[in-house]
Design a protein around this ligand. Sequence first.
Ligand SMILES: [Zn+2]
Length: 363
Amino acid sequence: MRIGEIIAKLEQWAPPYLQESYDNSGLIVGNPSWETSGVLVALDCLESVVDEAIAKKVNLIVAHHPIVFSGLKRFNGRSYIERVVMKAIKHDIAIYAIHTNLDNVLWGVNAKIMELLGIEEFKILQPMKNTLLKFQVYVPEADATKVAEAVYAAGGGKVSAYEECSFTTSGIGTFKPTEGTNPTIGAIGVRESVAEVKMEFMVPAFAKFAVESAARTAHPYEEMAHEWISVENLATEFGAGAYGILDQSIDFEAFLKQVKKAFGTTIKYTAPAGKTVQKVAVCGGSGSFLLGAAMSAGADVFITADYKYHQFFDAEGKISILDVGHFESEQFTINLIADFIEKNFPKFAVLKTEVNTNPIQYY
Ligand SMILES: [Zn+2]
């Protein structure tokens, strides 16, 4: 098994296109052509995790947080980041990060938190902009199905949970082949009229290249007439945070107890807006930027991490902020990633780190 095969599957699941601009998700150390016999999954790739990979004889670490965020200029081992990179290179260990791209998919980090809370149906709290495009292509009637199937197979034609969505109108396409062309229909210098259809599909922006090249392969013409159009629609599957509704409203204190048990942590929280909780907003990791979205969604509580003293005042008694700790909020991401790899590569060794990488201790 090559590292690149595992990465390709991970990137279908959490497309790198969806990572935030400050992020550095992707293959940080290593080469996709390397053979690998096993993978070690962790939240953070620390030196102790690289040591664990060496000891357990696996040469790929998949971590949620990238070990490198910005440029490294020296490699003399003064910082822990340099030491991790140096050790990984020295021992041929690949490091792959799947960070905000896994935060920004409906089935990612926050899905795991929702599962923990027993909420099965939930939505993206702040849908991402510029994640969708419209693809219009002109095809001779007889080839319409073939082209549509190529578009679907390449990831086009999805509208939220619906697949194979398209819209077709019939018309007449005209063209005149000039010197140097090799037309499928018609002759050089003669204007041609052909019964064609215009097919329209919504396409995630990250699938643009794949969809266009699949359509070109399926299309019978030498030149495929088509347009890419910007749309303002927000994808329902991509974006930050999530919100959903508990089956039954629950007393605020009982909810706190449930969250404390589920995350195994102490909770910092602000006064509840009401006596009970039913609508819950969540964001694994640092989510304070989503408080407005959580309030707009009408959430009773917002479970996240990394809140600062003054930011807690922003709740203004309208919502209760529950800060459960960064590591604690994302700890189950290890299972999420490991389960995904195991499901897709059943014969492959997938290990979960035994190192507790949380830098914060509680007294
Ligand atoms: Zn995080």
